[in-house]
Ligand binder design. Structure first.
Ligand SMILES: [Zn+2]
Ligand SMILES: [Zn+2]
Length: 363
């Protein structure tokens, strides 16, 4: 499995929106201290990568993007951790995923259960390349994990395509579901049926809900939502609340906003019941302000939570969920197309096609 003969690594460098990608080759890094060198097996292209590539989000360049990474351990630094979050021993050749943010564990935010907001945190696949060998993104043949990264080993039965989104979309939904604190027999509305929304349907399905409705504009995605556990689907702005409806007379107990649009957030406010909980997950790039009537929040006594990334325990929950349910929902089929590193531009074009939920790089 290892390629000791070729001691080089390759990466696709992002130089900004509309600039061509650069394929750079460099001497492969020998991990130091707590670092672990990982071979990238697959990296799925997240919606937030596309926001950066299109310029909707600013990034310092050059950067190695890609943070939904499945890796295989190549080499441990002398002080690197040898156990994962579940207490499993880590070995060379193990397939792993890891937290999107390496965190210090000591700062204000780390001490307040917000490791993803660590003051000294390092976010994989988001930051400027500082030197030619310390690469920390997924659009590369290798990635160096640094101190403060929490790792989860993948069971053999999990397909790499199902595992790609674990360290971003899946773990974020695990965090959203934890925040929603579902108690069973509740009515759940999911807005959007991209990777976040479909994953939310699947997680919600396993929480003994009374009903799950998914609202999505695209016909194909509405069909997918049903395969992922939605009991019914609707087009945006087509649902009206009916006090005579036996299941959802007054609105939904819980709304998970995964579309990231202002319209989605407004639908969430309209369709949540009085006393309902709204979890906002999808809006991860700057948008125009949404025209929200504050009185709605007050009179309906709504609880509104934003969820951005996750704690390490959510990544563990995501892997456990995928281990249990990868046969119940067609996660692997959501990545239909994989491209080599040299085809990165084609991969990005393909990822921008709304028919594709996820596209992946296999370096
Ligand atoms: Zn992401
Ligand atoms: Zn910290």
């Amino acid at each position: 499995m290892r390629e000791e003969s070729q001691e080089v690594s390759q990466a696709a460098l992002f130089h900004g929106p509309n600039s061509p990608w650069e394929i750079r080759t460099a001497q492969r890094r020998t991990p130091e201290n707590s670092e672990i060198l990982v071979k990238v097996l697959l990296c799925s292209i997240c919606g937030s990568d596309l926001h950066t590539i299109c310029g909707r989000r600013h990034a310092h360049t050059p950067a190695i993007l890609g943070h939904e990474i499945v890796g295989q351990i190549v080499q441990f630094g002398p002080l690197a951790p040898r156990t994962d979050l579940a207490g499993n021993h880590l070995n060379i050749d193990d397939r792993i995923v890891w937290t999107i943010v390496a965190n210090c564990g000591k700062c204000f935010f780390c001490q307040h259960d917000l490791p993803q907001k660590c003051i000294q945190g390092y976010k994989y696949g988001h930051q400027q390349v500082q030197n030619d060998s310390a690469w920390h993104g997924g659009f590369a043949s290798h990635c160096t994990l640094m101190a403060g990264t929490h790792i989860v080993k993948l069971p053999e039965e999990i397909d790499e395509r199902s595992a790609g989104p674990l360290s971003c979309a899946t773990a974020t939904i695990a965090a959203a579901i934890r925040t929603a604190n579902l108690v069973g027999q509740e009515t759940i509305l999911i807005l959007g049926a991209g990777m976040l929304g479909l994953t939310a349907c699947a997680f919600a399905h396993e929480q003994s809900p009374r009903n799950i409705v998914c609202i999505e504009r695209d016909t194909h995605r509405r069909q997918l939502a049903k395969q992922f556990g939605a009991m019914s689907t609707a087009e945006p702005n087509s649902m009206t609340l009916d006090p005579n409806d036996s299941i959802i007379p007054y609105g939904f107990d819980v709304v998970l906003e995964c579309s990231g649009t202002n319209d989605g957030a407004l639908e969430a406010l309209r369709l949540a019941r009085t006393g309902g909980r709204i979890i906002l997950v999808g809006a991860v790039f700057p948008s125009h302000p949404a025209p929200i009537v504050l009185e709605t929040i007050v009179r309906k006594q709504l609880s509104i939570h934003g969820v951005h990334n996750y704690q390490s325990q959510d990544l563990l929950a995501a892997v456990e969920f995928m281990t249990q349910h990868h046969r119940d929902f067609p996660f692997a089929q959501l990545i239909e197309h994989c491209y080599g590193l040299e085809d990165i531009q084609r991969a990005i074009n393909s990822a921008q096609d709304p028919r594709n939920i996820r596209v992946a790089i296999r370096p």
